[in-house]
Design a protein. Structure first.
Length: 221
């Protein structure tokens, strides 16, 4: 356990220093939210209609910004070989990387989500659910993105390959998250969509470290 905690601290340090860390992702997310009224108009009803979907698309795209270097930096300097030979299994290494990705990027994005929602005309009563959904959905984005980064390890134009791999897998949380927000705003039952969102994220945490570890072994072999 102490080895995993040490590894998690290392990954957090790298995550905060990787390409601007959370500030770049939050800046991108806020810029997308600010551009939406310029594209669809400033009518409040129209913004409320498109706001949840746009916010989730922006959240998914913001997660992509720091994925390319998640494994690539360790692969280039040989640290990944040492991690593979160390006492901590590669599955736990992948778990630490995904968890650090969520803490360093997902948590700040979840905090920024209600701010972006206000910019899109979202009612204040919806803001707690916006934060909770972004927090849980960001967990799924981080771990699925970590798996995509491992699958693209060593490939040319890895960032494009990661996007091709993970964006289709980002569709379920976008659908469930936006659906929960729209149902809540319409006074309908929103718990089912929120439960599916949570199930997706928990499944990502449980399964993707094994796929990422297998991809890393293949790249190192």
């Amino acid at each position: 356990m102490s080895g995993f905690v040490t590894l998690l601290k290392r990954e957090l340090d790298l995550a905060w220093g990787r390409g601007g860390g959370a500030l770049l992702a939050c800046g991108f997310y806020t810029c997308v939210a600010a551009l939406v009224p310029l594209a669809v108009g400033s009518d409040p009803e129209r913004l409320r209609a498109v706001g949840p979907g746009v916010a989730w698309i922006a959240l998914a795209l913001s997660t992509l910004l720091s994925l390319e270097r998640l494994y690539e930096r360790d692969f280039e300097d040989g640290a990944l070989d040492l991690l593979a030979l160390g006492p901590v299994p590669l599955e736990l290494v992948a778990l630490a990387k995904g968890l650090a990705q969520w803490i360093a990027g997902g948590l700040p994005l979840a905090v920024a989500a209600p701010i972006a929602a206000v910019m899109l005309g979202t009612p204040q009563a919806l803001l707690p659910l916006v934060f909770a959904a972004a927090l849980i959905g960001g967990l799924g984005f981080a771990f699925v993105g970590s798996m995509g980064a491992a699958l693209a390890l060593g490939a040319k134009r890895g960032g494009v390959l990661i996007a091709v791999v993970v964006l289709p897998l980002f569709a379920p949380p976008v659908i469930f998250g936006a659906g929960a927000l729209e149902a809540f705003a319409a006074g309908m039952t929103w718990t089912s969509a929120f439960a599916f969102l949570a199930a997706y994220s928990l499944a990502a945490v449980a399964l993707t470290p094994f796929a990422a570890a297998a991809a890393v072994r293949n790249a190192l072999g």
